[in-house]
Design a protein around this ligand. Sequence first.
Ligand code: 0O2
Length: 256
Amino acid sequence: MTDTAAVPTATATAASATTPSSADLEVYRGLFQSMTGYDASAAAEDGQVPLQVIKNLQKRVAAFHLSYKFAIDELTTKIEILQEEFEHTHDYSPIEHVRTRLKSMDSIIEKVQRTGTAPDVDSVRARIRDIAGVRITCAFVADAYWVADMLMAQSDLEVLEIRDYISHPKPNGYQSLHLIVTVPVFLSDRTELVPVEIQLRTIAMDFWASLEHKIYYKYDREVPGALVAELTEAADAARALDAKMARLRDQIRALD
Ligand code: 0O2
């Protein structure tokens, strides 16, 4: 008897307990087929597919994520080098914290659907460029731009896109400098140019964004108007704090 397993449905693959829409299922099926070569619709009658296909899928998902993880590792090393160099030579680092994240399969699928990306691996790789993310938090606004410039000057990183939400905040008050760069990942038989989204922001901007993110998801993206207004006020306060801290730093530097 052949080992079989159910065709991937959202209950099998998604962390969320909500019932998947038919559009969600289309994306799951498309990616499943693209990753395994197995036509899931052929298994629709009893909903079973060979276990080997599922095992193959697990391997493909892990391999898909791996190059993004390597790209994060490469970029993290670059940032650590800058940090250490600064601490040695200037007794000061413009970088306060670094956080990394790999987009989960569920978030990738949600974005595939939202952006109308074709549900196959090549299209996902080409169109979704924030699967690997690195967030750099700095004390001062000028430091965020300074670190961005240092990274963009590195000859092996290619800058694909710059979105400056610091000089042009989003309507809700969100501020951050976003770069999409490709990082070369040297594998045993090839070099992959892997896109990574780098977000640079101040501590105040990060404080605001993490709270806003929690509220946004708590209210399932439908944040009540009063709370939106308060968040916008808080974003203004964060911006004012950043400006004040920069002025204070300038005054202190003038004393040196
Ligand atoms: P997570 O959990 O941080 O990964 P999109 O990814 O389609 O929503 P787009 O146009 O591709 O957006 O890129 P954009 O606008 O540069 O923003 C991508 C990321 O920036 C988001 O990723 C957030 O991390 C952050 N971001 C953008 N706008 C906001 C905002 O209004 N509030 C907060 N808190 N963060 C924001 P993800 O995948 O949405 O989230």
